[in-house]
Design a binder for this molecule. Structure first.
Ligand code: ADP
Ligand code: ZN
Ligand code: ZN
Length: 805
């Protein structure tokens, strides 16, 4: 055996740019490896950290020891550790926090109180061992148990009579000390429906329910869904958990149900799909890094190309990872993968609970699942022998993480593939300006699917000028006459319609007609949204709520008025216009989590509803053949935002929403209501002309020096004390004066959202000619804040921001 290392360097989730050296207790020396998680003392706390390396270089100062090893196998392999370092560097995020974000298995760990013996406690325990056995004394029992290893407060409470009081008195006597640490969570908290149960062995003297369950399982070998077993055995769920703790049965969490979605046999690729696939396959065969942009209009059959590419990857004995946007991972999508690659698929979704995710993580690591379908953080899945990464809807904003580390899943995917020698396929009907520009500069290779499957026509798009509508009708109607007529025609034909409202258009607010004052949140500089059901006004940022005032808080007039649309009002108007229609609503207020969302969508797909009304949620990726009308109620909401991506986002939204129409045999139409019918984003979306939009937009980006022509970082300085935040932002501004070479600094100034959750916010925008420059300068800012001992939450660094709001 090689000589065991004596120390390890650990990265801790603290906002400091350094690792910490700890001693390795004798028992751990051969077991701790780089990438393993450990519990380490830090000040008065105990933290979960990740081992970066082990060594025997004697340290300068006295050391503390690692308390516990959490993984027998590394949670992050060498490749992912390297990726983590790249992310920390590129996005200017502390390494410890980055690594923690990469290990979702951290979810198995929960904070809690853990007791261990003090030195005098240990002496007493030793004497107890030597002395006669006083098994009934709870104090002696506790000491003896703790002599073996530290134990959680909740466990002791269970095992020891009067546990809480006993521990308190031991603590008072100085025999034990309590620490607030990460304790392991019971892995069996999933609901019965999600669990599989299997017989291990028989046992004597069990309570009735457990006895019955165990003999049922013995008589029915193999693994069963616990939810189904409950129909045969009473109290099966509780009994199962108890039996699992006694290690008489095995409980595992089921992979996501494998029977969703319509059965479809693989399609033979059409010539365009084939041509795209051939290019991808050639790259896969060469086993070298390469990135493709698969630009295919909506309904061009990109998914079929992905599936073929994954098949080819598996045939080479390698694994494939496919990323989808947050909202894109519906059971229908998952179903296609389960069907095509039975037993080889793992799904990682942020709506899964920790246990479910941990379970899938293990299947991936063991190699059982070689096809991984995942949302953003799945880019860190422990896939070995990675051959292919697909990023579907690569333009989607949900790939950007909105908290530290603020990485972009797509860009991390490209870097990961680069390290692994894998092929990347970025797919979209409306590629981000960055990706499309990369095909022009030769960094990526463009593959195009310019036509819909079976030459189905692109939807016919019409703009409805709402200014004209008002002039003619003299009414501020939500729905134009044209849109009403179109929906009516669909109802008559038994076809379905989708109506899209922007989130902002969906909300209503309260304003004073006399002075124009809007009622704002007490903590944030945003207008409160009126919710009719509770008759209260609510802040969507911080959940603050208040009653609707009877008089204007500013001018005391009584003329308080409701403005904006409001989803409920939209629904009411629709019910008025189409009393017989069956209408479903899909927005954040109407649904309650992922399952609701799926139920409503599935119901719409099955034809239970005629009209689906919703926010952005309904614009993405759904393939519902019977939808022949898509109505955009207001195309303008996003255009006015002070954000350089406003036009791009509007174009993408309108084009994607339009793409939902006419995906079946019957052609579809799209009606866009707007007061800006001449804006190029709206014009190009109406013409379904990406190329024209790209040329206009890239010109604008070039002339104003925005991405992809500059590297951008958005710096937010925030704090509860307005004066302090202001002076800090000024100080940070002075660090960049005169502006360093190759950098343009805008601000500091009050942020567009000047206050959120009672934090005053100031903003600075940096544009740099090169990444390297940007990185150096942002690093300088961070060091300045660290040197000034700023609270880590008071400086937000967003490299490659998706939004400047
Ligand atoms: P996209 O993701 O590009 O918008 P999809 O992958 O959803 O398009 O494909 C649109 C529809 O066309 C799907 O119903 C799919 O099953 C079908 N399809 C894909 N490829 C073929 C093909 N070669 N022949 C027939 N139908 C196909
Ligand atoms: Zn007023
Ligand atoms: Zn608020």
């Amino acid at each position: 055996m090689p000589r065991a290392p004596l120390y390890c360097d650990v990265s801790l989730p603290v906002p400091l740019d350094q690792s910490f050296t700890y001693g390795l207790p004798e028992t751990l020396r051969h077991r701790v490896q780089p990438g393993c998680r450990v519990l380490a003392p830090f000040g008065t706390r105990t933290l979960t950290g990740l081992v970066l390396k082990t060594h025997s270089d004697p340290p300068q100062a006295a050391l503390r020891d690692i308390l516990r090893l959490l993984d027998e196998e590394p949670a992050l392999d060498a490749e992912l550790l390297q990726l983590g370092k790249w992310i920390a560097d590129f996005y200017c995020a502390p390494l410890g926090e980055t690594l923690r974000a990469m290990t979702p298995l951290a979810g198995e760990i929960r904070r809690g109180k853990v007791y261990s013996l003090t030195k005098s406690g240990r002496d007493v325990a030793r004497q107890l061992h030597l002395g006669s056995d006083q098994a009934d004394d709870p104090i002696a029992t506790a000491l003896r148990m703790l002599d073996a290893r530290p134990l959680s407060a909740s466990y002791l409470k269970q095992k020891i009579q009067n546990g809480a009081a006993v521990m308190k008195s031991l603590e008072k006597k100085g025999f034990v000390e309590a620490e607030d640490v990460a304790a392991e969570r019971d892995p069996l908290r999933a609901s019965a429906e999600r669990l599989r149960i299997e017989f291990i062995t028989r046992a004597e003297k069990l309570p009735k329910a457990e006895r019955e369950l165990l003999s049922y399982l013995e008589l029915h070998p193999g693994s069963h869904n616990l939810g189904e077993v409950e129909a045969f055995v009473t109290k099966a769920s509780t009994a199962a958990r108890s039996l699992a703790r006694k290690q008489l049965v095995r409980l595992t969490i089921e992979a996501m149900a494998e029977n969703h979605g319509p059965i479809r046999s693989p399609h033979a690729l059409n010539p365009q799909q084939q041509a795209a696939f051939d290019c991808i396959r050639a790259a896969l065969d060469s086993q070298k890094y390469r990135t493709f942009l698969l630009q295919g209009v909506t309904g061009s059959g990109k998914t079929e190309v992905y599936l073929n590419a994954i098949e080819a990857t598996l045939a080479l004995g390698r694994s494939a990872l496919m990323l989808v946007p947050e909202i894109g991972l519906t059971p229908a999508v998952a179903g296609q993968f389960y069907q095509r690659f039975p037993k080889r698929v793992a799904i990682l979704h942020s709506a899964f609970n920790d246990n479910e995710r941990a379970q899938e993580w293990r299947r991936i690591r063991s190699g059982e699942a070689a096809v991984v379908v995942a949302t953003r953080s799945g880019v860190f899945a422990p896939v070995s022998n990675l051959g292919l990464i697909i990023v579907d809807e690569e333009h989607d904003q949900s790939y950007k993480q909105q908290e530290t580390p603020r990485y972009h899943g797509r860009d991390v995917a490209v870097m990961r593939a680069h390290h692994a020698g894998a092929v990347v396929v970025l797919g979209s009907a409306t590629p981000s300006l960055e990706s499309r520009y990369n095909t022009e500069s030769g960094k990526y290779t463009l593959l195009e699917l310019p036509q819909r499957i079976e030459r189905r026509p692109m939807p016919q798009v019409e703009l409805i000028d709402m200014r004209q509508e008002f002039l003619e009708t003299r009414k501020h109607a939500t729905f134009s006459r044209g849109l009403i007529d179109a929906v009516t025609a669909r109802l008559a034909n038994g076809e379905q319609s989708m109506l899209l409202l922007n989130r902002r258009g969906f909300s209503s607010f309260v304003a004073c007609r006399a002075c124009g004052e809007r009622v704002e949140c007490a903590n944030c500089s945003v207008t409160l949204t009126y919710h009719r059901r509770e008759r209260r006004m609510l802040c969507h940022y911080c959940n603050y709520s208040e009653r609707v005032p009877e008089r204007c808080p500013k001018c005391d007039s009584e003329y308080i008025q409701f403005m904006g649309l409001g989803s409920e009002r939209v629904e009411a108007e629709l019910n008025g216009a189409f009393p017989k229609a069956r209408i479903a609503r899909l927005d954040r207020d109407a649904i309650n989590g992922k399952r609701d969302y799926e139920i409503i969508l599935a119901g719409f797909r099955d034809g239970d509803y005629d009209i689906l009304v919703g926010t952005q949620m309904i614009a993405k990726g759904h393939d519902i053949p019977n939808v022949t009308l898509v109505g955009i109620v207001s195309a303008d909401v996003g255009l006015g935002l002070p954000d350089f991506r406003a036009a791009e986002r509007t174009f993408q939204l309108l084009t994607q929403a339009g793409g939902r129409a006419g995906r079946g045999e019957t052609p579809g139409i799209v009606l866009i209501q707007t007061i800006n019918p001449d804006h190029y984003a709206i014009q190009c979306a109406a013409a379904q002309d990406y190329q024209a939009f790209y040329e206009k937009e890239i010109h604008f980006r070039r002339s104003l020096n925005y991405p992809p022509f500059a590297a951008l970082a958005n710096i937010i300085i925030q704090g509860r004390d307005e004066e302090e935040a202001l002076s800090r932002s000024a100080a940070l501004g002075r660090v960049l004066q005169p502006a360093p070479e190759g950098i343009r600094v805008m601000g500091p100034a009050a942020a567009a959202m000047a206050r959120i959750k009672n934090e005053y916010r100031f903003q600075m925008l940096l544009k740099a000619a090169t990444r390297k420059r940007l990185n150096q300068v942002v690093g300088d800012l961070r060091r300045f804040a660290t040197a000034g001992k700023w609270n880590p939450t008071s400086l937000i660094i967003d490299v490659d921001p998706m939004t400047l709001l």
